[in-house]
Ligand binder design. Structure first.
Ligand code: KIV
Length: 257
């Protein structure tokens, strides 16, 4: 286990873990100082590629963006999402996770849980590939958005799932859109950190899609806090540029050779 992961583990119950997504070097270098974990998420499908879901993202897409992100990071832990289909059985998962790790020099991979992929997590961890789990709303496998863990029965099921992921050797687990009670219970019972998205302050850390919290993506469900409306800032700048060009105010003497 590398030192960055050990540092994340030590934070459980002591200080919150800060995480965001990045798909490029320019964004990664801005996050590095403030984030414990930077995730190259398959949310790039919606955010960058304008796709309806995350299902079409390829291994090559993920690897290329991770190479870019890696160049912007110095201290944060780099976690790379395994795309849908890239871990459909133990053998394929191991081959692809090794490829991701070798090509990108990431610290860990993340995979969404689909009832029974604990064995896959175990296989990767045994092969010295650190894994982050992901339960609750898992967009690679669920057609419709639904908050999970609202009933006792569901909390029990999710807790069981989380414990199996921990036993399989994952070093952390994303809880996506589970109820506050569920997040509280899982966080209390697990010895690995929980990273919440739409899952309350009771998780050991939080993650958001950076383009959402910057007000760039146009996707602002209840769990997203928009810290700035970058779309407005960009539009204002582009409008001014357009008017400068039309009125021959740009380029000026200082901008030419
Ligand atoms: O792809 C992604 O950005 C994610 C986060 C939402 C956790 O998996």
């Amino acid at each position: 286990m590398n030192n960055k992961i050990k540092k994340i583990l030590r934070k459980k119950g002591k200080s919150k873990i800060v995480s965001l997504t990045a798909y490029s070097k320019s964004v990664a270098r801005l996050l590095d100082k403030y984030c414990d974990i930077v995730l190259v998420g398959d949310s790039m499908a919606n955010v960058l590629y304008g796709q309806e879901n995350t299902h079409q993202i390829s291994l090559q897409n993920i690897i290329e963006h991770s190479l870019s992100v890696k160049k912007g990071l110095n201290k944060s832990l780099l976690v790379v999402d395994m795309p849908k289909g890239s871990y459909r059985n133990k053998l394929i998962a191991k081959k692809n996770a090794k490829l991701i790790k070798k090509e990108t020099k990431c610290d860990a991979v993340k995979l969404e849980n689909n009832k029974d992929n604990f064995k896959i997590i175990k296989e990767l961890v045994t092969s010295k590939i650190p894994v982050m789990g992901h339960i609750g709303y898992t967009p690679q496998f669920k057609k419709k958005f639904k908050v999970e863990g609202k009933t006792h029965k569901e909390i029990k099921r999710l807790l069981k799932e989380a414990l199996k992921i921990e036993r399989a050797g994952a070093f952390a687990i994303v809880l996506e859109c589970v109820s506050e009670n569920c997040a509280k219970e899982i966080t209390k019972k697990l010895s690995i950190p929980t990273i919440g998205i739409g899952s309350s302050k009771f998780c050991d850390g939080q993650i958001l899609v950076t383009d959402d919290m910057l007000g760039l993506s146009g996707f602002y469900p209840k769990f997203v806090k928009k810290y700035v409306s970058l779309n407005r800032v960009i539009e204002k700048a582009v409008k001014k540029y357009s008017s400068d060009v039309k009125l021959s105010k740009f380029p000026k003497t200082r901008n030419i050779y």
